[in-house]
Design a protein around this ligand. Sequence first.
Ligand code: ADP
Ligand code: MG
Length: 261
Amino acid sequence: MSDLHIVAIANQKGGVGKTTTAINLGAALAQAGHPTVLVDLDAQGNASTGLGIDADQRVKTTFDLLAGSEDLEDVAIDTDVPNLRIVPATSDLSSAEIELSQVADRVRLLRKKLRKTVPGTIILIDCPPALGLLTVNAMVAADSVLVPLQAEFLALEGLSQLLTTVRQVRQTANPDLRVNGVLLTMADARTTLSQQVEADARATLGDLVYPTVIPRNVRVSEAPSHAQPVLNYDPSSKGSAAYRQFATEFAARLKLIPEAA
Ligand code: ADP
Ligand code: MG
């Protein structure tokens, strides 16, 4: 399979596991032999930091990709994970919504750049916690949207707003956009609340919800401060096992052919 796959990881709520999923799904896909690029589309730059990209390495950033003449190959840099590159973000991305608000075709800026990428690449876009111009750019560029959902009270509340945005993008700039799936994150198997949220999500969304659920796991939350995916920081942790299993399901949904053993 030599297609280009672009997946926006989006949820307008902060703290639901978007960045953690971008880093660890990216690392797992890369380790499975799929060339992967993570585009950090959040001005907080958490995905960049979590993968150990220092400030002095953030010379060319996602902002240049959006607002400048740079292409993906000019801005993507290597990470410590073989096969995984990142387009880093800095805080200058926080002014992008305003700076780009008058630009013609402003919702297609990212699409124009990413669609030129070499086939066979998987691009994961780590979206900011809002449904503004940046997330819309990601959705217009993407083939599909992956939605991390934290297994907590009212988890499903914001989902209809997100799906409305997906529908609007489909009706305007990107008719081919699909929902890749919903990933339940930070689940606590011991609490009935977590189980209830999972049951509700599966009843409401059916097969859209990935079979694998990511458990709340302290090693997952420690990994970013060690500038590593949890897959490298503690490969035998429950969080790593869950993200590896999820990546297999994700690859199957993308119809990626596994690397020959
Ligand atoms: P978002 O990008 O949606 O804002 P993050 O991925 O940054 O969310 O996650 C929010 C916080 O929760 C971070 O501190 C992260 O380390 C922590 N976290 C994410 N997933 C897990 C998990 N499975 N177990 C424990 N902590 C987690
Ligand atoms: Mg984030």
